[in-house]
Write a protein that binds this ligand. Structure first.
Ligand SMILES: Nc1ncnc2c1ncn2[C@@H]1O[C@H](COP(=O)(O)OP(=O)(O)OP(=O)(O)O)[C@@H](O)[C@H]1O
Length: 687
């Protein structure tokens, strides 16, 4: 019976250490605790064998047999804890190396807006986490009670041991049970809060990004924006959860256990107060150095990956083939060198920490043993002290790790918040609308000057004047880079002119509702149609979300697309793949035309709509376009002059201005820039 109970006690010791450790998810499963269990088991056997042959034992005997296994367990846990921290340091997942930009500000009121709907769950989580931490402070004290019962029995061998041990053991078991429930509760609540806050942030940020004007996307890399939606929100969520769970727990435990330590033994506490913070501080310093090294290693891996990525993603020409291999080898060797240094640093750190922390345990036992022999302390008190001081050490270590996480979380949060409430310079909604029946579709560009926001010193349009008469087709031609597409971009209000006004039926387009202008007035078809990875039906319907299937089919017929769509086994439900990869250039273009036509726009802008197509596809698409342009105001930007000869007006652009205007025949007879362009293109065609 005694054997069973004593085994149970040792098991409780072990389980308690396992349970209250930060890695209670079992991170040490393959490490020291397995050895510690067998050591504890054999020492217990020895203790029981010897206890059977002795009648009265000095306190040192109890210490030897009870504290010995406990010390082993504690050491194993400490070792595992360091290994755990190092696993974090040694995490070599490549990170994206993001270009440095001025640090955005963390805005607490924005965070509050997202946390507010989850406030009850959050308060619940905080209360439960706090409760679990308070119970954790009780555990060392109750372990001490347990040890005192065992020590007394080993010393005196009187009384009913089973009866005496049952009370404290059951209390401890109860405590573990309640603590387990509280922990489960707060983790569930906190995950819920974290996930919901992150999901709300993602949705809001995504909507906010899509609201931004084109200039915003010119200035920000897509990869970095996607990074804010994914990695930054993920990092912020992890930090948020960690601060509330671990931060709260660690701070409560540190304070609570320090009070316990002081109550148990002010003398031993004095010793701990001097030694422990020095060790934790030194550990944090070395840890931060190692983390820096680890980051360098990650960046180096990312660099090497970047070289490989670029080379594999592009056709590598023979002349640079060897150079690329050498460059990759150089980057990999550099990463190997940094990782080797990191490995050595971790090894030294682990070795030193192990020695230092075990010395603390031994020092405490030594000093505690002295106090026990002078009857100032009981064995149980020493046990409580050891366990509580280990809890303090672990809490301080996790606070130091947490500090780095908080800094990372705040900077991730700041990056997310920066664009969360960003108002676009060209707002999508607001402004007037012209009733459909009175919309003529006349456009006037009046004295338009423009520079792209990313290149303010480079003027693209210089006091440009151009009129698109209602229901007429106007073509703009001219040298490459002359600003033709820029004119179309200004009409769509992707940018606003630096000076001058664009009028629609005599109204400044800046006073009109942009979503109406883009959604119902202007249809835009360019060289590279944007298709989404959904069905053809949905892709056409993007032009008019409320359109019926019949309207979609009608638009497809007008765009010469119906026949090839119905030729697919799934017809209109055919999924076109990411960016329409499963379709040919001409098919994509006809779907884009159908999408533009379904909204029955008054103005149609065709920006090099057929220039990427082969002759046969161009013929089919041109046929669709000829049909589509009837009765609308049309602006055509074209390289192939053969496609615009029938336009009502052809404008030749040069150096940011319209320098010639007239019909094809008028311009030919003038013998100016247009005739030159025609001559050059004919010559190129004959070559
Ligand atoms: N988003 C942008 N940011 C900065 N500069 C730009 C941007 N888009 C175009 N540019 C510059 O503006 C000038 C005019 O470009 P635009 O595309 O309007 O010319 P284009 O006449 O349509 O040329 P192409 O016939 O080759 O398509 C070019 O010098 C180009 O480099």
């Amino acid at each position: 019976m005694i054997l069973v109970i004593e085994c149970l006690i040792v098991l409780i010791f072990f389980l308690s250490r396992w349970y209250i450790s930060p890695g209670s998810n079992g991170y040490c499963s393959s490490q020291q605790p397995g050895n510690a269990v067998s050591r504890i088991w054999s020492l217990t056997q020895r203790a029981l064998r010897q206890s059977a042959t002795r009648t009265s034992k000095p306190p040192g005997v109890a210490l030897k047999f009870i504290l010995g296994p406990a010390v082993l367990t504690v050491s194993a846990r400490l070792f595992c804890h360091i290994a755990y921290c190092e696993a974090d340091v040694n995490n070599n997942t490549p990170v994206e190396v993001v270009a440095k930009s001025p640090a955005p500000e963390f805005k607490w009121h924005i965070l509050w807006e997202f946390v507010k709907p989850q406030l009850f769950a959050l308060i619940g989580a905080v209360v439960l986490a706090f409760g679990a931490a308070i119970l954790n402070i009780q555990i060392p004290l109750m372990l001490g009670d347990l040890v005192n019962v065992v020590a007394r029995y080993l010393r005196e061998h009187t009384g009913n041991y089973a009866h005496e041990i049952r009370g404290p053991a059951l209390k401890l078991l109860g405590l573990y049970g309640i603590q387990g429930l509280l922990t489960t509760g707060y983790i569930i609540l906190l995950s819920r809060v974290g996930e919901r806050v992150a999901a709300d942030m993602r949705k809001t940020l995504f909507a906010s990004l899509l609201r931004q004007d084109v200039a915003f996307f010119d200035a920000n890399k897509t990869g970095q924006l996607v990074n804010r939606l994914t990695a930054d929100i993920q990092e912020f969520k992890s930090s948020f959860k960690l601060v509330i769970s671990q931060g709260l727990r660690s701070i409560t435990q540190t304070v609570g256990c320090f009070i316990s330590l002081y109550i148990i033994s002010p003398k031993l506490t004095g010793l701990t107060v001097v030694v422990l913070p020095c060790l934790v501080g030194a550990g944090a310093l070395i840890g931060s150095f190692l983390r820096k090294l680890s980051r360098m290693a990650q960046e180096q891996v990312a660099k090497a990956t970047g070289v490989a990525d670029e080379a594999l993603g592009n056709v590598v020409y023979f002349d640079i083939f060897i150079a690329i291999i050498l460059l990759y080898a150089y980057e990999v060797d550099k990463s190997c060198e940094i990782n080797e240094n990191l490995g050595a640093g971790i090894a030294v750190f682990q070795g030193l920490s192990n020695i230092a922390l075990n010395c603390i345990v031994l020092g405490t036992i030594f000093a505690g043993g002295t106090l026990i022999s002078s009857n100032e302390l009981s064995p149980g008190d020493l046990m409580s002290f050891l366990v509580a001081s280990q809890t303090v050490q672990r809490s301080l270590a996790s606070i130091s790790i947490l500090f780095g996480q908080v800094v990372r979380g705040i900077s991730s949060g700041a990056r997310v918040f920066e664009y969360l409430t960003l108002e676009p310079t060209i707002p999508l909604a607001g402004g007037g609308r012209i009733p459909y029946h009175s919309l003529m579709g006349r456009v006037d560009f009046m004295n338009i000057s423009f520079s792209y926001p990313t290149r303010p010193g480079h003027q693209i349009l210089k006091k440009l004047n151009l009129t698109l008469p209602p229901s007429k087709t106007v073509a703009i031609v001219g040298e490459s880079g002359g600003g033709k597409s820029t004119v179309a971009s200004l009409l769509e209000r992707f940018y606003d002119p630096t000076s001058g006004v664009i009028m629609l039926d005599g109204l400044d387009i800046r006073t009109l509702d942009l979503s109406w202008l883009r959604g119902q007035v202007i249809g835009f078809i360019n060289q590279e149609p944007v298709l989404f990875g959904s069905s053809i039906m949905e892709n056409i319907r993007f032009g008019k979300p409320e359109a019926t299937d019949a309207e979609v089919i009608n638009a497809a017929k007008q765009a010469n697309a119906h026949r090839f769509i119905t030729g697919f086994p799934d017809g209109y439900n055919t999924v076109v793949g990411e960016r329409g990869v499963t379709l040919s250039g001409g098919q994509k273009q006809r779907i884009a035309i159908a999408r533009a036509l379904i909204k029955n726009p008054s103005i149609l802008v065709l920006d090099e709509a057929t220039s990427a197509l082969d002759a046969e596809s161009e013929r089919v698409v041109q046929e669709a376009l000829d049909r589509a342009t009837k009765g609308r105001t049309v602006l055509i930007i074209a390289h192939r002059l053969s496609t615009i000869q029938g336009a009502d007006l052809i404008c030749v652009m040069s150096n940011g201005r319209i320098v010639e205007a007239g019909t094809h025949l008028e311009l030919l007879s003038k013998g100016g820039l247009y005739s030159d362009l025609i001559r050059r293109q004919r010559a190129e065609g004959q070559q």
